[in-house]
Write a protein that binds this ligand. Structure first.
Ligand code: GRG
Length: 285
């Protein structure tokens, strides 16, 4: 199967180069050297850059210069990275490894992991403010989308539900879908919607991209649910426990078709986004 890194090598390079140069290894204030190193540790490493790639491919679908959305795409990756650092902490998922290397707190300690995550989150919004000052109305609209998607009405809200479920809150299929939409889906949706906004898409087109993003965001998590499924010990917060594996696969197919049908109006222009939706489905093979 063609990987995202094969097919979109130049787009992923664009993002990686930008992230690589974002936080200096030798900051002007020399006392910040360790802080900068800690922030770089989780940011500059081989994540898939799935969300950032979606921002770039949205710009391409709108026949826009990809560079315009790179700072926004980077901001989304910053938010994603901060969430992973915090999620790995002992008070959350307590994971020792992330992206093939020791998780942040294993290297820098828990307190440093908390503040590195905080710093990356602030930097995300700083990036947008700094780079879209010349187009303040669209910049503010994009900030609004990203802030909402990552805060209590989005990713953090989803994490809140997740915490309560792991403490015994009763759950069902609907709760799991809400959780997936918030915790995983919203940020993926925002990567797409915010890029469409910055590319001056019409309100109608922004809505189309946003709805495509909502379907794809949920589909991304449903694929993870299927890949992680263990028949003998089904996850409480994953759909196969409630739908069974086959029906979860059917549901993933439906979501993928629904996503693709939404961007069909853009024809060939949106072929890369269509590829991504299909790629997510093919991750199962
Ligand atoms: C702690 C504020 C806070 C939020 C945590 C996103 C999240 C919420 C937790 C991460 C754990 C998790 C499994 C979330 C579901 C989203 C997901 C599938 C994340 C992994 O994304 P990938 O596969 O990772 O794109 P890479 O490493 O490729 O970027």
């Amino acid at each position: 199967m063609t990987t995202l890194t094969d097919r979109f090598a130049s787009e992923i390079n664009l993002i990686n180069n930008y992230l690589e140069n974002l936080i200096p290894t030798e900051p002007e204030i020399i006392e910040l050297k360790e802080m900068a190193e800690a922030c770089r540790y989780s940011l500059v490493n081989p994540g898939k850059r799935f969300r950032a790639l979606l921002s770039l491919l949205t710009a391409r679908s709108l026949e826009h210069e990809l560079n315009l959305v790179v700072p926004y795409a980077a901001a989304v990756e910053l938010i994603h990275t901060y969430s992973l650092i915090h999620d790995d902490l002992p008070c959350m998922d307590d994971d020792d490894y992330r992206r093939g290397q020791p998780s942040h707190h294993k290297v820098y300690g828990e307190a440093m992991a908390v503040i590195s995550g905080d710093a990356l989150q602030s930097l995300a919004f700083e990036l947008i403010a700094e780079n879209y000052m010349q187009m303040p109305k669209l910049g503010l609209k994009a900030v609004n989308v990203l802030a909402k998607a990552s805060g209590y009405q989005g990713m953090v809200g989803g994490q809140g539900i997740d915490l309560r479920v792991s403490e015994g809150l009763e759950t069902d299929q609907k709760t799991v879908e809400v959780l997936h939409n918030l915790k995983t889906g919203r940020l993926i949706q925002a990567a797409i919607e915010g890029a469409a906004i910055l590319c001056e898409a019409s309100d109608k087109d922004i809505l189309i991209f946003s709805e495509f993003g909502a379907d794809l965001g949920l589909a991304f998590q449903v694929t993870d649910d299927i890949l992680d499924h263990d028949e003998n010990n089904p996850e409480l917060m994953a759909l196969p426990k409630y739908l069974g594996l086959e029906k979860t696969k059917d549901y993933l197919n439906q979501l993928t078709q629904s996503a693709i049908s939404k961007i069909e109006v853009f024809g060939d222009q949106a072929k890369d986004l269509k590829f991504i939706a299909e790629f997510n489905l093919n991750r199962l093979e």
